[in-house]
Design a protein around this ligand. Structure first.
Ligand code: HEM
Length: 175
C-alpha cells in the first residue's frame, strides 16, 4: 500500500509479538522433545502440541502476509543500506517460516498419516512425495529453525540498536 503511516497498526503488532512468542516457544519445545525417551509421559504429548501450535502459527502467518499486503506499513528508518538489509531480513524471516512449516508437515506425513490438530481435526497427509522424505525434511527443518532463531535474534538486536543508539522510532512503532 502506498499510503504513509507512522505506526504499525494494532493487529500487525499483536500478530508480530504473538508470532515471536510462538517461534521461540516452538523452538524450545522442539529442542527438548527430540531428546525425550519413549517411556516419558511427554513422548507423544509434546510433538502433538508442537505440531498443533505450529499449524496455528502457519495459519496466522498466511493471514499476516495477506494483511501486510492489504494495509499500510510504516517506512523503515536508517541509512539506505540499512533499509535494504532490513527488507531482505524481513522477507527472509517470512520465507524461512513457510519453509519450516512445509518441512515440518513433510516430516510428520511421510508415513501417510495425517496430523491431529488439538484433537479437533486431522490435517490430511500427502504421504511420501520424495525418497527419504522424513530424513531430508528433518534436516531442512532442523537447520532452518536454527537459522530462523539466529536471524530473529539479530533482528531483535538491530531493533534494540535503533532504539538505544540511534534513538529513532523503529521499536516504538512496533510496540
Ligand atoms: C521469531 C521472532 C521474530 C520474527 C519472526 C519477527 C519478524 C518480523 C518481520 C517479518 C517484520 C517485518 C514486518 C513487516 O512485514 O512489515 C518485523 C518487524 C519488526 N520487528 Fe520483528 N520478529 C521477531 C522478533 C522480534 C523481536 C524479539 C523484536 C524486538 C526486540 C522485534 C522487533 C521488530 C521491530 C521493531 C520491527 C519493525 C521494524 C521496522 O519497521 O523498521 N522483532 N519482525
Amino acid at each position: 500500500m502506498s499510503q504513509t503511516v507512522s505506526q504499525y497498526n494494532r493487529l500487525t503488532k499483536i500478530i508480530h509479538w504473538l508470532s515471536a512468542l510462538a517461534v521461540f516457544s516452538l523452538f524450545a519445545l522442539g529442542y527438548w522433545m527430540v531428546e525425550l525417551s519413549y517411556y516419558s509421559e511427554w513422548y507423544k504429548v509434546a510433538p502433538h502440541w508442537h505440531k498443533s501450535v505450529g499449524f496455528m502459527l502457519c495459519l496466522l502467518t498466511l493471514f499476516r502476509v495477506v494483511w501486510k499486503l492489504t494495509t499500510a506499513t510504516p517506512e523503515i528508518e536508517g541509512q539506505p543500506w540499512e533499509k535494504t538489509v532490513a527488507k531482505i531480513a524481513h522477507n527472509l524471516l517470512y520465507l524461512m517460516l513457510f519453509a519450516i512449516f512445509i518441512s515440518g508437515y513433510m516430516i510428520s506425513t511421510a508415513d501417510g498419516r495425517g496430523i491431529e490438530i488439538f484433537n479437533l481435526f486431522t490435517l490430511p497427509g500427502l504421504g511420501s512425495l520424495i525418497e527419504n522424505q522424513e530424513d531430508i525434511a528433518g534436516d531442512i527443518h532442523f537447520y532452518l529453525t536454527y537459522s530462523l532463531v539466529g536471524l530473529a535474534l539479530l533482528h531483535a538486536l538491530a531493533a534494540l540498536k535503533h532504539h538505544f543508539i540511534n534513538k529513532d522510532n523503529t521499536l516504538n512503532k512496533m510496540i
